[in-house]
Ligand binder design. Structure first.
Ligand code: CLR
Length: 265
């Protein structure tokens, strides 16, 4: 390996796009491309979502969701989640360094990280005034998800969104934080942990740089705390998914979107 041959690991030799930033200019460029990628894959702009806040589901519409069967509602949500995950995959592809990782490591990072990024992104789609999330074209409270029969997961996810909103992150901070959630060298099943670690360090540097510039260095600690909560939420999601696919194997195996199955099942 390069390290053993005495070549400095940050020399960026393997990477024509300067994967390991050492100058301020490189860090600025890294941040700019992560922010651009976030903007281009975030589906709705914050102002658009702000303008849609008055759109709430009516009592009748909520009734319709609540009278769906467990497997019907799971399938519906799995499709919505998979749409969101697809945008996260697009986002990942444009994080400098991600595409330089092996196919195996890219998939390993997405398997554990894509759901977490969806939950980070959920805070943009969340209205803390009435605890609702933009889902299926309108804002929905927890009661809309009743027929999933996993109230504890839904409550925890809404709680997390509420806590994220309280941090009042800018779009740039959300972008860098999302990238850091995804590029994590501690994930299981990585082939080249060292390479992931170097990309992770560059993203960390980017986030630190942005927080410093915004005079909000104290956020870093809070963001690391949020990452721990994210991990527990995602294992709860996996637990619920295993429960569901045992009870409704047919729906899980033939009606869930292929990407959802590939990443989570
Ligand atoms: C997250 C941000 C994305 C857009 C988006 C799409 C689907 C939404 C998701 C957001 C938030 C979480 C969500 C999901 C659909 C179902 C899911 C509301 C807004 C809830 C929490 C139910 C999860 C059920 C699983 C256990 C199947 O850019």
């Amino acid at each position: 390996s390069h390290d053993m041959m005495g070549i400095h690991p940050y020399s960026g030799l393997e990477d024509p796009y300067s994967l390991y930033p050492h100058s301020l200019r490189n860090i600025d460029e890294l941040c700019a491309s992560i922010v651009r990628s976030h903007r281009e894959t975030s589906q709705y702009r914050v102002e658009e979502l702000q303008a849609l806040r008055w759109k709430l589901f009516s009592r009748e519409e909520i009734q319709t969701y609540q009278s769906k069967s467990v497997d019907e509602m799971w399938q519906h949500c799995a499709i919505r989640l998979t749409d969101a995950v697809q945008f996260v995959v697009e986002f990942a592809k444009h994080i400098p360094g991600f595409r330089m990782l092996s196919q195996n490591d890219q998939i390993a990072l997405l398997k554990t990280g894509s759901m977490e990024v969806v939950l980070v992104r959920m805070s943009r789609f969340f209205n803390t005034e009435n605890n609702t999330v933009f889902f299926d074209g309108k804002f929905a409270g927890t009661e809309v998800f009743k027929s999933l029969a996993c109230g504890d997961l839904i409550a925890a996810v809404f709680d997390f969104a509420h806590g994220m909103c309280a941090l009042k992150l800018t779009e740039q901070q959300i972008a860098l934080f999302s990238a850091l959630v995804l590029i994590n060298a501690d994930r299981p099943c990585l082939e080249d942990r060292g390479k992931v670690q170097r990309v992770q360090r560059s993203v960390e540097l980017g986030l630190t740089h942005i927080l410093h510039r915004d005079n909000q260095e104290s956020l870093m600690h809070k963001l690391y705390q949020r990452m721990a909560v994210l991990r527990s939420l995602c294992s709860l999601h996996m637990e619920k998914l295993r429960w569901f696919s045992q009870r409704y194997p047919l729906t899980a195996h033939s009606l869930f979107p292929p990407l959802y199955k590939e990443l989570f099942l």
